[in-house]
Design a protein around this ligand. Sequence first.
Ligand code: 5GP
Ligand code: ZN
Length: 140
Amino acid sequence: MSDCVFCRIVAGEIPCTKVYEDDLCLAFMDIGPLADGHTLLIPKKHYEFLYEMPPEEVAHLAGHLPAMAKAVQEAMGAEGLNVLQNNGRVSGQAVPHVHFHFIPRARGDGLGYRWPAKEADFDVLKEQAEAIRAKLDVEW
Ligand code: 5GP
Ligand code: ZN
């Protein structure tokens, strides 16, 4: 995708500050960091959404999550870390190429965290679980 900024980074057309690279994925520093050490991990192949990726390619990418998370957190001396992956503009996705964010966190860092939990209705949860299960291509 020649108009995708991350594809252009993969192609070497736009520079990046590289952290890790192999045949299938690339990790580099976010150019607009939310915190010191904010790092991105992407598949080299263009996919807009996580659910468009073949499971084997997700498995490769996901296999790097623990080491990346530990390295980013420890290198920055952070107390914690958010691993974030947005799908769709409504979720906050600005770059339409799958990416995981690694965002080091510290107490009082001002980033905040909104999690306005609702009270669950178990009948509704059951209906929702059934609807989701019906979309899953698995045997139960
Ligand atoms: P999203 O909002 O799509 O989940 O996150 C996209 C991220 O990509 C943002 O945090 C933004 O700062 C980062 N980003 C956008 N363009 C570039 C770029 O050209 N180089 C780098 N290194 N990061 C970028
Ligand atoms: Zn792309």
